[in-house]
Ligand binder design. Structure first.
Ligand SMILES: Nc1ncnc2c1ncn2[C@@H]1O[C@H](COP(=O)(O)OP(=O)(O)OP(=O)(O)O)[C@@H](O)[C@H]1O
Ligand SMILES: [Mg+2]
Length: 257
């Protein structure tokens, strides 16, 4: 067993929305410089390797989480969805962070109807589906925004309805990628994990103390979540320290695993 670093995403210069790309303002890899696009391609490759391209298994469901807020989960989720779609895979992105939904903001679509309404039964799936189409290429994928913030997000992700939803969408997509809240703050990600084939843990460099990451990994291990690996985010290009955190953690935690 092991979890190592799957990709390193460099700190992006803040890009203002321009007239051509008002929606995504440099946050989606098609508008990133070469190094940003390559980083997400590397992540894609490593995800495909980690999951194995077993056609018989059909759709694969992936969760993206972190130990604490603002580490870059939503950024990684969106760009992994884009990268897989670029390969010609059919992809559905679910904004499973119903407490702080942000996918709709980055993608420039409405918040609701979305996942919270689908899971509470007040809206049907088709009405909440949105198609993201690249404005500069052929790439496209589907997404379901978070919906109005519900009172019981962790219960919704723990519900039969969520498992049923994953079953239904699994018959229509190659990959379903779920953006989830941070593990140390709330139980949502752990609850949602049982419907996934694997989880990616995003770590923002110089942001997440070691003991906080340890608590997160302990929680995921206790819940027997299949952690595919770490994504190091906000790395400083050329610092030479980029993989250190994940690697050290990996070495210490899993040496005897
Ligand atoms: N590599 C990066 N370079 C520059 N800015 C980044 C990078 N990754 C993320 N950000 C910015 O940091 C902020 C938080 O990122 P994001 O929303 O992806 O994190 P999150 O983990 O989903 O946060 P939350 O816990 O609130 O859901 C956003 O404004 C995002 O644009
Ligand atoms: Mg987020």
């Amino acid at each position: 067993m092991g979890a190592s670093t799957m990709a390193e995403i460099t700190e992006r210069k803040q890009v203002r929305a321009d007239k051509k790309n008002p929606r995504v303002a440099g946050k989606v890899c098609e508008f990133m410089p070469y190094s940003g696009r390559e980083a997400f391609k590397r992540l894609r490759t490593n995800v495909l390797l980690a999951l194995g391209e077993d056609k018989a298994k059909g759709c694969r469901v992936l969760g993206v989480t972190s130990a604490q807020p603002s580490e870059g989960k939503s950024t990684v989720t969106i760009n992994l969805a884009f990268s897989l779609a670029e390969l010609g895979k059919s992809v559905l992105l679910l904004d499973g962070d119903m407490r702080r939904p942000t996918v709709h903001t980055t993608m420039g679509c409405q918040l609701s109807p979305g996942l919270s309404e689908v899971l509470s039964g007040s809206e049907n799936l088709n009405k909440s589906l949105i198609r993201y189409k690249s404005s500069v290429g052929e790439t496209s994928f589907d997404l379901i925004p978070g919906g109005q913030i519900p009172e019981n997000p962790s219960e919704l992700l723990n519900s039969e309805r969520f498992q049923k939803l994953l079953e239904v969408v699994s018959s229509a997509y190659d990959y379903v990628i779920v953006d989830l809240p941070p593990v140390n703050a709330v139980v949502d990600a752990v609850n949602a994990a049982k419907g996934t084939d694997g989880m990616i843990v995003v770590i923002r460099e110089n942001h997440c103390p070691r003991y906080v990451l340890s608590d997160c990994m302990e929680q995921l291990r206790y819940a027997k979540v299949n952690v595919l690996g770490f994504v190091m985010n906000g790395c400083v290009a050329g610092s030479g320290k980029r993989y250190q955190y994940g690697r050290q953690y990996y070495a210490e935690q899993y040496r005897n695993g």
